[in-house]
Design a protein around this ligand. Structure first.
Ligand SMILES: *Cc1c(COP(=O)(O)O)cnc(C)c1O
Length: 841
C-alpha cells in the first residue's frame, strides 16, 4: 500500500480537529433566546463596532442578520458536503433575474427561530419588526419572471433538492420609482450601499470570460479540427454566494451571483503597460457588465451590454458547472445523468452554444457526442407568446461580441436543417420558421429557437399558455418533437406569501388545521369546512380588517389619503403594461366617478381602488397610464360629492416588500389581461392565497385558479382567446364600441376634454388616441361593458358579508395547487429527474 500523501494526512487531521472543535458544548450558534441575545450583542460589538449609544437601527439590523447567518453556516457546509459525498445529480437554475426581496425574516422563519429572536430583542427593548424594515430589498429582477426564480429557490431548498441558482450580482437592481407631479421618475436603487449581510464573495473561484476577437481554425496533433478564440478581451467573473435556507429542514442551497471584475493580469498588464490611468479606465469599462439590471419588461432591445451580460453569466456558470462535474467524474459521458440546467426564458439561451464550445473546443469532444450531451442537459422555460418579447440578436452584433458562438450557431443550424430536410419532416416554409437565423434586411439570431433545439424539454408556465405555445409560437417544433413539450404551471412560495406576509391568517389556519400546510399546501383543503363555521369567518374577517388597517397606514403616509376600512379594497398591482390593461380598470373607475356625479340616486358600495407597478423607463404609454391613475385619484379624492364612495391611490415603488403588505389586505384581485397575453401570472396566486377574490379573464393561470376555487368563487368576464381571435379576424373597430356604448363615449370624452387633467385639457389625448385611432390592440373597449357588469356582481356579493367570507376562505383553502413546491416537484420529477437528497445534522 502506498503511503498516504502528506496533504491528505494534514487534511484528515484538520477534519478531526475541526470535528472536535465543533462538537464542544458550544452556545455560539445555539437557537435559544439567551444564545440569540448573546449573538446579537457580540455582533453589535465585534462586527459593527457599536454600543447602545452609537448603534443605529441599521447596525442593529446587521447584528441580527449576522447572528442568523452564523446559524446557517454549518448547515450550508453540511449541505454541500452531503451533495458531494452522494455524488448527487444537481439542478442549475439559470436566470438573469432573481427578485428576492428581503431575506432576514424569511431566514428566521425557515430556521424556526423567529419567536426566539423576537423575545431576545424585546428583552433589550428592541422591536424585531422595526429592524426587519431596515433591510433593503434585493431587487434583482423586473417582476413576475424574477420573482418566480426567487420562489423556486425557496421551494428547491425546502424540498431538499440539490440545486444552485446562477445569476448576476447587479450593483443596481430595479430602479426606485418616485412619483413627481403624477409622473414616474426613476432613481437608481443602491441596495449595496451599506453592504449585504447575506453574500459571501469567493475571490478564489473567479472565472475568466472572453469577448470579441476572432477565431483561428487549425488542426491538433491528431489531425482533428481545432478552433482557437484569439485576440479576445477578457473580464473576470467573481462569484458572490448567497445561502438559501429550506423551511424546516437542514438544507442550505446556494445562489451564486457573478460580478464582473477587470481581469488584472490579462488585460491591464498586457494592454496598458506604462499607462496607469487608462488602465484604470479600462477596468471601469469591464466592470460595467454587472452594473445594472435592464429594466425593460417584455419589449427587448438589442443592446450590446445586455448581450455581454447574458454571455458573461452563462460563461461563468457553465464553467463552474463543468468544473464541479469534473471534480468527481472522468469526462462527460454521464454529464446529463449528473447535471440538469434549466433556462429561465431565453436570456441564458447562449448556454447551449457555450456548452458546445466548452465540450468541443476545450475538451476535444466530437460534435455529435457534445450535441447529445447538450440535449440531455438543458431544459427551457418559455414565458411569453408576445412577438416583441422574443429575443433576437443581429448576426453582426452577435458575431462581433461572440465570434466563436456565431460559428457554432451556424453549424447547429446547418445540421438541424439538413437533418429535418433529409427526413422530410417539414416543408421549406416551416424550415424557414424554425431556422436559428431569421433572414431579412437585418439577419438575426433567434434565441428561442436555439433554446428549443438545444433542450430536451420545453415548457410553458400555465396550461393555457402551453397549449398556445404548441398551437402557435412553436407549432412547427411541436409537430417535429411533440414529446419535448410540457406544462409546468407556476406557483408561489407559501412561506413568504402567507406565513411571512400574513402572520395573523397563518396563525389562524395553523390553529385549526395544524402547521403542515406550510410545507404541504395541499393541506389547506382541510380549511374547506371552516367556510361554514361562523366563528372562523369572524376571525377571518377580523384578520383581513387588521391587514387593511396596516395597509391604510402606509397609504396615509405615502399618499396622504385616508382609506375607509369598510370599503372594498380592490387592488391591481403588477408591472404596468398595456396587455395587463390597467387602462381598463382606471377607465371604469373614472366612469364610476362620472356616473356618481351625474346620477343622484346612484349608491355603489364604497370601494378603494389601489394601483401599483413600475413602467419600463422607455415605455411611453405605460407612463401615461401611471399619470392617468394619479390624475383620476386627484380628481376623485378631492371631490366632496363622491367622498366615502370611491377613493383611488397609486402606491409608489411596487416591490416585493410592499407586495407583502398589499396581498394580505386585498379583497378584490384584478387579473384582467387580454385573453392569450398573460403567460401565467403569479400575483393572481398570491391574492387567492390571501383570500382575495379574483376579477379575471380566462388568461394564464386564472383559468386554473378558477377551476380550483370553483366558478362560483371567481368573477369571470371578458372575451376568450378564441373570441379575441375571431373579433380581430372580423376587423375590430373600436369606434363602433365608442358609438354604441354610452359609458365608453362618456369616459373617453371626459378624458379628451380634460375632466381629469384640469388646466391641461389635451393631456390624455395620446391615451384616447391609442384606443380609438391606434386600433385598441388589447381590446380594452371590447371588454369594457363585460368588465363593468362583472364588477356589479362583485359588489352584490360583497353586500353579503358571510357569503363573501365563505368565498374568500374557499379561495385560501383551494389555492394549494399554486404553491411553488408543487411546481418544483413537477420540474424535478418530469424534467430534471433529480431526487431529493436529505441533509442530516
Ligand atoms: C408577484 C409579483 C409580480 C408578478 O405579478 P403579476 O401580477 O403576476 O404580473 C411582480 N412584482 C412583484 C414585486 C411581485 O411580488
Amino acid at each position: 500500500m502506498p503511503p498516504p500523501r502528506k496533504a491528505a494526512v494534514a487534511r484528515t487531521e484538520e477534519a478531526r480537529a475541526l470535528e472536535r472543535a465543533r462538537d464542544l458544548p458550544n452556545a455560539r450558534t445555539a437557537l435559544d433566546v439567551d444564545a440569540l441575545r448573546r449573538a446579537f450583542a457580540d455582533h453589535l460589538q465585534y462586527s459593527q463596532g457599536k454600543d447602545e449609544h452609537t448603534a443605529t437601527p441599521l447596525d442593529r439590523y446587521f447584528a441580527v442578520a449576522y447572528a442568523v447567518r452564523d446559524r446557517m453556516m454549518r448547515r450550508w457546509i453540511q449541505t454541500q458536503q452531503t451533495y458531494y459525498k452522494a455524488d448527487a445529480k444537481r439542478v442549475y437554475y439559470l436566470s438573469l433575474e432573481f427578485l428576492m426581496g428581503k431575506a432576514l425574516e424569511n431566514n428566521l422563519l425557515n430556521l424556526g427561530i423567529y419567536d426566539n429572536m423576537r423575545s431576545a430583542l424585546s428583552d433589550l427593548g428592541l422591536d424585531l419588526n422595526a429592524l426587519l424594515e431596515q433591510e433593503p430589498d434585493a431587487g434583482l429582477g423586473n417582476g413576475g419572471l424574477g420573482r418566480l426564480a426567487a420562489c423556486f429557490l425557496d421551494s428547491l431548498a425546502t424540498l431538499s433538492i440539490p440545486a444552485y441558482g446562477y445569476g448576476i450580482r447587479y450593483e443596481f437592481g430595479i430602479f426606485d420609482q418616485e412619483i413627481r407631479n403624477g409622473y414616474q421618475v426613476e432613481r437608481p436603487e443602491e441596495w449595496l450601499r451599506f453592504g449585504s449581510a447575506w453574500e459571501i464573495p469567493r475571490g478564489d473561484a473567479c472565472v475568466p470570460v472572453s469577448f470579441y476577437g476572432r477565431t483561428e481554425h487549425g488542426v491538433d496533433e491528431k489531425g482533428r479540427l481545432q478552433v482557437r478564440w484569439a485576440d479576445a478581451r477578457h473580464v473576470l467573473g467573481m462569484p458572490y454566494d448567497v445561502p438559501i435556507t429550506g423551511h424546516g429542514n437542514q438544507t442550505v442551497n446556494t445562489l451564486r451571483l457573478w460580478r464582473a471584475r477587470a481581469s488584472q493580469e490579462l488585460d491591464l498588464a498586457d494592454f496598458n503597460a506604462g499607462d496607469y490611468l487608462s488602465a484604470v479606465e479600462e477596468k471601469d469599462l469591464s466592470e460595467n457588465i454587472s452594473k445594472v439590471l435592464y429594466p425593460n419588461d417584455l419589449t427587448v432591445m438589442g443592446k450590446e451590454l445586455r448581450l455581454q451580460q447574458q454571455y458573461f453569466f452563462v460563461c461563468c456558470s457553465i464553467h463552474d458547472i463543468v468544473n464541479r462535474h469534473l471534480k468527481m467524474h472522468e469526462g462527460f459521458s454521464d454529464f446529463p445523468d449528473k447535471v440538469a440546467i434549466q433556462m429561465n426564458d431565453t436570456h441564458p439561451a447562449i448556454a447551449v452554444a457555450e456548452l458546445m464550445r466548452v465540450l468541443v473546443d476545450e475538451h476535444g469532444l466530437e460534435w455529435g457526442k457534445a450535441w447529445e450531451i447538450c440535449g440531455g442537459t438543458f431544459g427551457y422555460t418559455n414565458h411569453t407568446l408576445m412577438p416583441e418579447a422574443l429575443e433576437k440578436w443581429s448576426v453582426d452584433l452577435f458575431g462581433r461580441v461572440l465570434p466563436r458562438h456565431l460559428e457554432i450557431v451556424f453549424e447547429v443550424n446547418r445540421r438541424f436543417l439538413d437533418g429535418v430536410r433529409a427526413a422530410r419532416k417539414a416543408d421549406e416554409p416551416a424550415l424557414q420558421r424554425m431556422s436559428l437565423i431569421e433572414e431579412g434586411p437585418v439577419k438575426q439570431v433567434r434565441m428561442a429557437n436555439l433554446a428549443v433545439i438545444g433542450s430536451h424539454s420545453v415548457n410553458g408556465v400555465a396550461a393555457l399558455h402551453t397549449e398556445l405555445l404548441k398551437r402557435e409560437l412553436f407549432h412547427d417544433f411541436h409537430a417535429l418533437w411533440p414529446e419535448r413539450f410540457n406544462n409546468k404551471t407556476n406557483g408561489v412560495t407559501p412561506r413568504r406569501w402567507l406565513l411571512q406576509a400574513n402572520p395573523a391568517l397563518a396563525r389562524s389556519i395553523s390553529e385549526v388545521i395544524g402547521p403542515g400546510w406550510v410545507t404541504d399546501a395541499a393541506q389547506l383543503r382541510n380549511l374547506e369546512p371552516l367556510a361554514e363555521d361562523a366563528g372562523f369567518r369572524r376571525l377571518f374577517r377580523d384578520v383581513k380588517r387588521d391587514n387593511k388597517e396596516r395597509l391604510a397606514g402606509i397609504v396615509r403616509v405615502e399618499n396622504g389619503i385616508s382609506l375607509d376600512l369598510d370599503s372594498i379594497f380592490d387592488v391591481q398591482v403588477k408591472r404596468i403594461h398595456e396587455y395587463k390593461r390597467q387602462l381598463l380598470a382606471i377607465l371604469r373607475v373614472a366612469s364610476e366617478y362620472l356616473r356618481l356625479k351625474e346620477e343622484r340616486g346612484y349608491d355603489p358600495y364604497p370601494r378603494s381602488y389601489l394601483f401599483g407597478g413600475k413602467a419600463a423607463p422607455g415605455y411611453a404609454m405605460a407612463k401615461w397610464i401611471i399619470k392617468l391613475v394619479g390624475s383620476v385619484a386627484d380628481v376623485v379624492n378631492r371631490d366632496v360629492d363622491v367622498r366615502g364612495r370611491i377613493a383611488v391611490a397609486f402606491l409608489r415603488n411596487y416591490r416585493v416588500s410592499l407586495a407583502e403588505r398589499i396581498f394580505p389586505a386585498a379583497e378584490v384581485s384584478e387579473q384582467i389581461s387580454t385573453a392569450g397575453k398573460e403567460a401565467s401570472g403569479t400575483g393572481n396566486m398570491k391574492f387567492a392565497l390571501n383570500g382575495a377574490l379574483t376579477v379575471g379573464t380566462l388568461d394564464g393561470a386564472n383559468v386554473e385558479i378558477r377551476e380550483e376555487v370553483g366558478a362560483e368563487n371567481f368573477f369571470l368576464f371578458g372575451l376568450t382567446v378564441e373570441e379575441v381571435a375571431a373579433l380581430r379576424k372580423g376587423g375590430y373597430d373600436p369606434w363602433e364600441w365608442y358609438r354604441k356604448d354610452r359609458r365608453i363615449k362618456q369616459v373617453l370624452d371626459a378624458l379628451s376634454s380634460g375632466v381629469f387633467s384640469p388646466g391641461e385639457p389635451g393631456l390624455f389625448r395620446p391615451v384616447v388616441e391609442s384606443l380609438l385611432n391606434g386600433g385598441d390592440p388589447y381590446l380594452v373597449l371590447a371588454d369594457f361593458a363585460a368588465y363593468c357588469s362583472c364588477q356589479e356582481r362583485v359588489e352584490q356579493a360583497y353586500r353579503d358579508p358571510d357569503g363573501w367570507t365563505r368565498k374568500a376562505i374557499l379561495n385560501v383553502a383551494r389555492a394549494g395547487k399554486f404553491s411553488s413546491d408543487r411546481t418544483i416537484h413537477e420540474y424535478a420529477t418530469e424534467i430534471w429527474n433529480v431526487p431529493p437528497v436529505r441533509v442530516v445534522e
